[in-house]
Design a protein around this ligand. Structure first.
Ligand code: G6P
Length: 613
């Protein structure tokens, strides 16, 4: 997500900070900023857009003396979560006095109530960010000891943070802290570099201290004094990093896609953060405010999306129909406006788009708005066109997705759709107890994904057996039918193997004619309704000599003996099975493509964001 770099030492900070930001660019960002402390003054520059633009503006706006003299500063690349990617929302943010500056990664969940309290005490805010609220809070506690002030402020904060904070009154030192968002301290020769990511540090030093949650550190050129949040000293070991710089960019993973697959437990945690109402068994989705009249008037849900996002919508359909008793249709966005879509004020249209820029989805959104439907969006990129034009919606908070093949956005989309269906369900038919049960399910998702990821080596071994296939069929039914489509899409996107997803029952209406010993079938036979019928479909494939690779529920006592090649996912409620299964299928596609030597992060002919119809 966002990136932090800070420097204190004997060399000019500006260039080191800008180069550090460049090392963080791979994480994806939409704005950048820098603060330098010099001669008792705080100098800040920030802008929407690229680090290069920031570097140019810095050279044009700040004189050479400042650039060469200042040896203390912080900088940031922002990936918007609260408020669009504008100059005013970019970090660093200052406190009420304008003498203290803060950069922050993570999400302050209770920022709205903190902001109201601070406004009540006369604070004025310039941005829409949660970070500015934290800067003001630290500023309010600052009475000459910045560590004290940071500790005091953080005690009022709910959520996650990695922060670096400087003050014009404190030459030669900064204060950093972490909870839930990584922060590390690189210890050099008479200089110290802090960053959210080791890739920004290793060109300077390989001696690194990884902060633990609730650590607060006073950082000077001589190193770091680390305290806990009660300002009591703690000691942390210095580790030696042996990564190559190129590997560090991807967090040690060989490809962005693999990194993003493994990020899913954290991404899902961020997606649900602060959104479960564990009191009422519902979901807080602040961007989905409806008047009681609008809410009561909804008769149907229409989901519009393309590609992977459409597959998420197809799973979402089951959630809305089951939990909210709402008839739900899913439509390829590209098709929508070329029919005469019979849509109006009683329809809730949900546009799903990771990028928020897909041209077909945007065109369908405009059509639905024009026809008077209630239109909301589910996007990952804050401030994207679809998010802006719909006005109402929910952000995924999954972090930037760089690999062209969508992975973590898909699972976060499923989680948001489940929470949306829960919210609607609670207002229509679900009891509080049923709602609480679904809250419990949602909370278990990151753990289930973590369990599934443990199958990585086993899946890699199976992938080696299937990597030479020219054609593949994926079959599933019910909630797992859209997952079969998504699994087949992943395989063809990155391995270039021809793969088709089919409803398990549809196979015998044509495609079965193509099966033989050279055409494997990947069958989704987990413990969900319809499983026994899928077992029969597997028999039919085996009878045509097709090799069958089955995804099953670990510990399922009813597995037929004929299943030989098996991928196991942990037991869960059927509603959550699409999430665990798709993670297994992402890994399978990844390993097949790796074994075939494909350019996984830049597959031929594909684009991350398709802005033409
Ligand atoms: C492109 C991407 C897919 C994505 C689709 C929809 O085809 O390669 O991964 O699923 O667009 O993108 P969106 O940003 O609207 O979810």
């Amino acid at each position: 997500m966002c990136g932090i770099i800070g420097y204190v030492g004997h060399r000019p900070a500006a260039e080191i900070l800008i180069n550090g930001l460049r090392r963080l660019e791979y994480r994806g960002y939409d704005s950048a900023g820098i603060a330098l402390i010099d001669n008792g003054r705080l100098n800040i520059l920030k802008n929407a857009g690229k680090v290069n633009l920031l570097a140019e503006r810095m050279r044009a706006s700040w004189n050479a003396e400042l650039l060469n003299r200042a040896t203390l500063g912080i900088a940031h690349t922002r990936w918007a979560t609260h408020g669009p990617p504008t100059e005013v929302n970019a970090h660093p943010h200052t406190d009420q006095t304008g003498r203290l500056a803060l950069v922050h990664n993570g999400i302050i969940e209770n920022y709205a109530s903190l902001r109201r309290q601070l406004e009540g005490r006369g604070h004025k805010f310039l941005s829409q960010t949660d970070t500015e609220v934290l800067a003001h809070l630290i500023g309010e506690f600052y009475k000459g000891d910045l560590v004290d002030a940071v500790c005091a402020a953080l005690k009022h904060v709910e959520g996650t943070y990695g922060i670096a904070c400087v003050s014009a009154d404190l030459p030669g030192a900064m204060v950093v802290a972490r909870k839930g968002s990584p922060l590390l301290i690189g210890v050099g020769e008479n200089e110290t570099i802090v960053a959210s990511d080791v890739s920004a540090i290793i060109s300077h030093t390989r001696q690194v201290i990884y902060l633990d949650d609730n650590d607060v550190a006073l950082v000077t050129a001589a190193g770091a004094e680390i305290r806990d949040i009660n300002n009591i000293s703690v000691s942390r070991a210095v580790a030696s990093v042996d990564w190559e710089e190129s590997a560090a960019e991807k967090g040690g993973f060989a490809h962005f896609m693999l990194k993003e697959i493994f990020e899913q437990p954290d991404a899902l945690q961020n997606t649900m953060r602060g959104r479960l109402d564990e009191e009422m068994g519902s979901a807080f989705l602040a961007g989905l405010q409806f008047t009681p009249r609008e809410m009561a008037g909804i008769r149907r849900v229409v989901i519009l999306a393309c590609g992977t996002s459409m597959h998420a919508g197809m799973v979402g359909r089951y959630f809305f129909e089951e939990l909210a008793d709402l008839p739900t249709e899913v439509e390829q966005a590209a098709e929508f406006r070329y029919r005469n879509p019979l849509i109006g004020g009683h329809d809730l249209v949900i546009a799903i788009s990771q990028s928020g820029e897909t041209a077909d989805t945007l065109a369908a959104v405009r059509e639905a708005i024009q026809k008077g439907a209630l239109v909301v969006s589910l996007c990952n990129v804050v401030g994207s066109t679809i998010a802006r034009e719909t006005g109402r919606g929910v952000y995924l908070h999954a972090g930037p997705e760089i690999g062209v093949a969508s992975t973590k956005a898909f699972t976060s989309q499923l989680l948001v759709l489940l929470m949306m269906a829960l919210k609607f369900g609670r207002s229509r038919r679900l009891s509080r107890e049923e709602g609480l049960e679904i809250c419990r399910e949602v909370r278990s998702v990151p753990g289930l994904v973590r369990e599934t990821l443990k199958q990585n080596d086993a899946i890699a071994a199976l992938a080696a057996r299937y990597a030479k296939a020219r054609d593949f069929f994926y079959i599933g039914r019910g909630l797992l039918y859209p997952v079969a489509l998504e699994g087949a899409l992943k395989l063809k996107e990155i391995s270039y193997i021809h793969a088709e997803g089919y409803h398990a029952a549809e196979l015998k209406h044509g495609p079965i004619a193509l099966l033989d010993e050279n055409v494997p079938v990947l069958a989704l036979a987990c413990d969900v309704p319809g499983k026994d019928k899928t077992f029969s479909n597997i028999q039919e494939c085996r009878a045509r000599q097709a090799p069958v690779l089955s995804v099953v529920t670990d510990g399922d006592p009813s597995l037929p003996e004929m299943l030989t090649d098996i991928i196991r996912v942990p037991p869960s409620s059927p509603r959550l099975t699409p999430i665990t299964v798709v993670v297994a299928l992402q890994l399978f596609a990844y390993h097949v493509a790796r074994i075939r030597g494909c350019p996984i992060d830049q597959p031929k002919n594909l684009a991350k964001s398709v802005t033409v119809e």
